[in-house]
Design a protein around this ligand. Structure first.
Ligand code: SF4
Ligand code: SF4
Length: 348
């Protein structure tokens, strides 16, 4: 597996890294086996977070005895200095390590959050003190919106930035990656598959491979998915004409405003499954209608009809999506599809 230099950290990381969110869905034993399998495939860059429930513990069990060759990254979204210190202690304990290579201020997605984080007595200080104490080697930041990410990169305070990057959400290409290169800040890709919106790993990863100096995290809960990704990353990088056509088709279908399925907009007091409602086109495109209009999928998609348009979810969306308008649009779309399905059933 190729390695890249992660900006001014000087760390050499495998171009493909392990993202620790999806293993939370597995039992601890299954999750540990998936991480071990990824290590066997040559993945040596692993990212997790205090917030990912069982993830750090499972990564810790998988890396026991192998720590020296690995680059371990974790994060805290605590907004208070003491809280971040406690999170780091827990992370070290769960991971079973004396230090982490990269510690990230997690989800700093508004300018206000950013200013608080870097203010005297803020969480950046906690990270800097931990670095001096040898508990962490480098300090990074993760952002879901552009402005704080740009500010962080230009500040000289952070050695890496983790940001969403894929062919349907490619703002970073012109607005962040050049800035990272200018300031020698390592660029780490999150949401390589656009939070599950993209289904075809080949075109998603090959599109990213055109940027030779970025590290790509891939969250997996099946080893076969990482095996496939490694195969793709070791194969030809150039997109074929057919793959380019597919990319364009998907971009046209999704449009510029799409839900990244991060669920930061939750909780909704009416229990609307916001991300399911807003990303339902992928269900309609991929699944037979009989599967979409029954069971848990229908329940989730029909939860959109419960929306009372209170707007409480919108300030929580890091992508500033007009959720209320989108829910109206998608519930109408659902009704039309369902009516067509019902007509087809009646007509046999
Ligand atoms: S606007 Fe709709 S989806 Fe958003 S919190 Fe209110 S009820 Fe829930
Ligand atoms: S609406 Fe926004 S916050 Fe909610 S899942 Fe989609 S992208 Fe995330």
């Amino acid at each position: 597996m190729d390695k890249i230099r992660l900006g001014k950290t000087g760390l050499m990381v495998t171009r493909l890294g392990f993202g620790g969110i999806p293993i939370q869905r597995l039992s601890d034993n299954e999750a540990t086996e998936v991480v071990k399998g990824c290590l066997d495939l040559g993945i040596q860059f692993l990212d997790t977070a205090n917030a990912y429930t069982t993830s750090e513990g499972c990564v810790g069990r998988a890396i026991a005895g192998k720590r020296d060759n690995l680059i371990i990254s974790t994060k805290s979204s605590h907004r208070k200095k003491d809280g971040m210190r406690r999170h780091l202690e827990l992370s070290l304990k769960h991971l079973g390590v004396d230090y982490v290579d990269l510690y990230n201020l997690h989800n700093v997605s508004t300018l206000e959050m950013y200013d608080q984080a870097i203010a005297p007595g803020g969480v950046l200080e906690a990270a800097q003190e931990a670095k001096q104490a040898g508990l962490i080697r480098h300090i990074g930041i993760t952002c879901h919106t552009m402005e704080p990410a740009q500010k962080a990169v230009a500040s000289g305070l952070f050695e890496t930035v983790m940001f969403s990057f894929n062919f349907v959400g490619d703002d970073a290409k012109d607005k962040l990656l050049p800035l990272c290169r200018q300031h020698d800040v390592g660029f780490i890709v999150m949401k390589a598959m656009a939070g599950g919106v993209l289904q075809d790993a080949t075109i998603a990863l090959k599109w990213l491979m055109q940027f030779p100096d970025i590290a790509i995290l891939l969250g997996v809960d099946k080893l076969s998915h990482m095996e496939e990704a490694v195969r793709i990353m070791n194969g030809p990088a150039a997109l074929t004409a057919d793959e380019q056509r597919k990319i364009q088709q998907i971009k046209d279908e999704l449009g510029p405003t799409f839900c990244h399925r991060c669920d930061y907009c939750q909780p909704c007091k009416e229990k609307v499954s916001i991300s399911m409602v807003l990303s339902q086109k992928s269900f309609h495109n991929r699944m037979p209608p009989a599967h979409v209009f029954k069971g848990w999928i229908a329940d989730a998609l029909e939860s959109g009809f419960r929306c009372v348009q209170c707007g409480e979810c919108e300030p929580r969306c890091p992508y500033k999506l007009p959720i209320r308008d989108m829910i109206q649009e998608y519930t109408e779309f659902y009704s039309q599809k369902k009516a067509a399905f019902d007509r087809a059933m009646v007509n046999g």
